[in-house]
Design a protein around this ligand. Sequence first.
Ligand code: ATP
Ligand code: MG
Length: 541
Amino acid sequence: MAEAENFIQQIIDQDIAEGKVTAIRTRFPPEPNGYLHIGHAKSLFVNFGTALRYGGKCNLFFDDTNPSKEKTEYVDAIREDIRWMGYEWDREVYASDFFDQIYEYAERLIAEGKAFVCDLSAEEIRCTRGTLTEPGTESPYRNRSPQENLKLFREMKAGAYEDGSRCLRAKIDMTSPNLNLRDPVIYRILRATHHRTGDRWCIYPMYDYAHPICDFLQGVTHSLCTLEFEDHRPLYDWVGYSLGFSPKPRQIEFARLNVTNLVMSKRYLKKLVEDGSVHGWDDPRMPTLAGLRNRGIPPEAIRDFCARAGVAKANSECEICYFEAVVREDLNARAPRAMAVLDPLKLTIVNYEGEEEIDFEINQTAPDAGTRKVRFGKTLYIERGDFSLDPPPKYYRLKPGGVVRLKNAYIVRCEEVVQREDGTVEEVRCSYLPDSRSGADTSGVKAKGVIQWVNAKTCIDAEIVQYDHLLRDADYAGQDFSERLNSDSEHIFRGKAEPYLAEANENEAFQLMRTGYYKKCTREGVLVLSEIVSLKDNFNK
Ligand code: ATP
Ligand code: MG
């Protein structure tokens, strides 16, 4: 096998070498309480990627131990997003599939004196837990007999007690330096309708207790999770050893993916959806996988980004412009080129009559993509921003008396500017140099600028949408997410586009020349070009 590429692979290689494991099995463990985001893509990459590397399997494991927040809508969305990312899971399992066994194991812990029913309230438990420097205090109920505990626990299950009035705690060590080992709660009484088991249960296991059991019952060999679970590993191991799991799954923690200008907390994302700051979970500005898909970002680019961000043991933050650079690189190689203008300015060529077809390279970085024909004519639209009445020095686009090349076509010279009463420019009238056609230019005239255009006779009205980051930069807007929310992050232009774009496949990505990468779609009969990523590369700055 090839040399390990990260510390997780090193650990697994060693486990294999020592004969501890043969077939590798991992699991991706989302809680179905929201949509997956780009951080989860990292976890998908690590879990599925690791299984793939060892010819193993990866399960989709829904952690649904928290009934009040979970919904089937999220389960369906999570499935769809994983498939879209190009991953296929082996078994699809739910923590709730194992509720019976998890319960049986709890009775076993009780019988062996390793768990007890505690009558302290959640608040009292918190208060007696101690601190990082002070040990905790033992519960007065800690030394109940196994018989009494079993009776109480069965009564809890049968619904004899109020929510929160009792709980089951593991009996470990109230003086442990690790707070997670100070007799943690492993079952609570909670009357809530579960999205799969309905009202069958009124007690639910806690995540830290259920997770190692579910891993074991699925045959997971390596349980890969993020760093915040490092402190929980001793409890994970305690459960495994106490219940005699063999082979015991091994938990390994890696750093979360953090990206500047992106919020990666389902709770916050949910708030944005609920308060109407965005159009929904799949709003193109959202860092959810549904949002990224809707934005037009190829899943390959997301996978590539996760691979390049690497699998590390220490947390760090990745620049959003690095993600954008990876997306741009991917699209540059695959996206056909096309022309459109956001803010159209009429350009008439006074000495041109008739029409002709111009050769247009579909993607100059992929010569195999070939060429297509674009219709050139007397009346065109150019981008208003490509003309200046009062240009700064070194302005190479169009200006009064100046020349510019129309992309793949001719050089034109601005002869006359038609202005409205308010001074705004209504039209520019140009002459063209008939012997300056691209590829056969004998005019001897040098045009330093090249601008895109569309033919006024054939072009289509298009709604062109650009986006800013939903979160402003932390350094100028403060650390708090709500302070950083950019309420003006969607900009809609009434532009003009080549008819080629109207005929293109829905959701196809294009490079609008000199503007950016855009996804084509049609909404209520209107051509919409929605920004995927701009052409401007801020990463190498
Ligand atoms: P959130 O904080 O957004 O609610 P979560 O960790 O609660 O996320 P889960 O549904 O529990 O979300 O996550 C499923 C898996 O994805 C977990 O193993 C979790 O560690 C991992 N994960 C979540 N966010 C990231 C991230 N930013 N980078 C890497 N892995 C992540
Ligand atoms: Mg979680």
